[in-house]
Design a protein. Structure first.
Lengths: 359, 131
């Protein structure tokens, strides 16, 4: 047996946008054990719920993450609405669906860019981010913010999209769809990328299930878990199938994200066709009294917001379980047995978002 | 096949304009809906303090006696709640971002009109006339 050495990976590392620390125990070039550490960017947002009114806290819930921001506010607001028994207007449900799919699109494009960058594929990185800019432009024109949209509120949404703008958005998405196809072809068919990804970091279906993998990490291993299928917001009225790959390696997880972009475009198109007329918000009185587990599908997987109120303006408890947090045990399993040079690529395939995971 | 694909991308990139903007020199592209920063029309403010109560970051401070309205632009998260709740619509959202700051500060204080005086003023003005 050769001598074991420990190599620190992160919290500052060129491929990591956010501070995740891994102690890699190496034997020669092979990783034999991994000890993950988080806790570098803790902000104490959950405690803040006691200081702010439940309606103001929407903006704080949105700032838990800078990428899946809209879905965080949506999940929180859905939880409050469930406790208070509010039936929000159907148009607001559809608008939330459209915006959440837009944020999924921009998150996946961001990830594809970062992922290409981690493999040293700079031009694809720039192309992905150029396409992402189209998505952000539409988000800014309809919500007022590029990544922090701030449109969700208890009882509906704060802005409406005109039918003309909606048509324009769908046409815009159709316009960039062939460019997205070109980009996806690079990730799925380029020989050097396949060589870098195939057969590396394999997570079996059983491991994915028992270690609690969610989102593309689970779907890349053949687990068809997608919370959108539970039909929250307007997803119940939309026809779509979760993208599932069966190999469980880095290539499969990359393929899931690349193909999910087209599912998102399809969902937005269906929403634009089916969206009813009407108001987008309703008057809310009183305060939540009760508790609820609110779930939604983020670009990274399932997010859970636990909300507890006691009939006063301030909530008693708010707890968030983010997808990155639950994807860390699968990551540890993935890394065991891989080469040191593959560690950055494997870490990125779970799409770590540490700002989310630590709140 | 992939060679032609690459040539297509290269030619396209060669003969098209850059996708990026030289941001501070050229202004960033904006839409009508963009939330840039909060502006106040001091003549319309009645110091009702709705904006102060609803601000999630407590960036706004209204002094009723001194008739001042103050915003800490560094605390403000540009959520536009104050603009929504303002009863006289004297708060508006400008779609230009504020320029980056190189020193501490960001406090902006305005002297505002204050609440509109109605009947009591008329009554007091009328009284001396009678005497």
């Amino acid at each position: 047996m050769s001598k074991q050495i420990t190599v620190p990976f992160g919290p500052q590392h060129p491929v990591l946008p956010e501070p995740l620390h891994l102690d890699l125990v190496l034997e020669d070039e092979k990783v034999v054990d991994v000890i993950p550490t988080i806790g570098y960017v803790h902000r104490g947002l959950e405690k803040l719920v006691e200081k702010r009114e439940y309606t103001e806290y929407v903006f704080i819930a949105e700032r838990i993450c800078g990428i899946c921001s809209f879905i965080h506010s949506q999940t929180y607001v859905q939880g409050i609405e469930q406790i208070m028994g509010l039936e929000i207007p159907e148009r607001a449900q559809y608008l939330r669906t459209i915006w959440s799919e837009y944020s999924r699109l921009h998150s996946h494009l961001l990830w594809l860019g970062c992922f290409a960058d981690s493999m040293g594929f700079e031009s694809v990185f720039m192309n992905s981010w150029r396409l992402r800019e189209h998505i952000l432009d539409d988000l800014e024109a309809t919500t007022g913010g590029r990544v922090i949209q701030g449109v969700c509120k208890v009882g509906g949404v704060r802005r409406d999209i005109t039918p003309e703008k909606l048509d324009e958005m769908v046409k815009g998405l159709k316009g960039i769809e062939h460019e997205l196809q070109d980009l996806t072809n690079v990730f799925l068919h380029d020989s050097s990328i396949q060589h870098r990804l195939k057969g590396i970091g394999v997570l079996s279906k059983e491991d994915a299930y028992y270690l609690g993998a969610v989102g593309p990490t689970a779907r890349g291993s053949g687990l068809a878990i997608d919370i959108r299928e539970t039909g929250y917001a307007a997803f119940g009225k939309i026809n779509f199938k979760p993208v599932v790959e069966y190999d469980g390696d880095c290539y499969a997880r990359c393929a899931v994200r690349a193909k999910e972009m087209f599912t998102s475009i399809d969902i937005i198109e269906q929403c634009a066709k089916k969206i009813p007329d009407g108001t987008v918000d309703m008057k809310v009185t009183g305060a939540p009294d009760g508790e609820y587990f609110s779930r939604a599908e983020q670009p990274r997987g399932e997010v859970i917001h636990y909300i507890k109120g006691n009939g006063k303006k301030n909530l008693v408890r708010h707890r968030v379980r983010t997808p990155t947090f639950t994807n860390i045990p699968p990551l540890v399993t993935l890394l065991k047995g891989c080469d040191l040079a593959d560690v950055p690529v494997i870490v990125l395939t779970i799409d770590p978002c540490i700002g989310c995971a630590e709140r | 096949m992939s060679f032609f694909q690459m040539t297509k991308t290269v030619l396209k990139s060669l003969f098209s304009r850059p996708a990026t903007l030289m941001y501070p020199v050229k202004p960033a592209k904006k839409t009508d809906a963009t939330r840039g920063h909060v502006k106040i029309n001091p003549d319309g403010c009645i110091t009702c303090r709705s904006c102060q109560r609803k601000c999630p970051t407590q960036a706004i401070c209204v002094e009723v006696k001194e008739k001042t309205w103050q915003i800490d632009q560094m605390r403000c998260v540009v959520c536009a709640v104050c603009v929504d709740v303002c009863p006289t619509k004297c708060l508006t959202m400008d779609n230009q971002y504020r320029p980056a700051m190189t020193a501490r500060g960001g406090l902006e204080k305005f002297t505002v009109a204050g609440p509109k005086k109605k009947e009591p003023v008329v009554a007091e003005a009328a009284k001396p006339a009678k005497e």
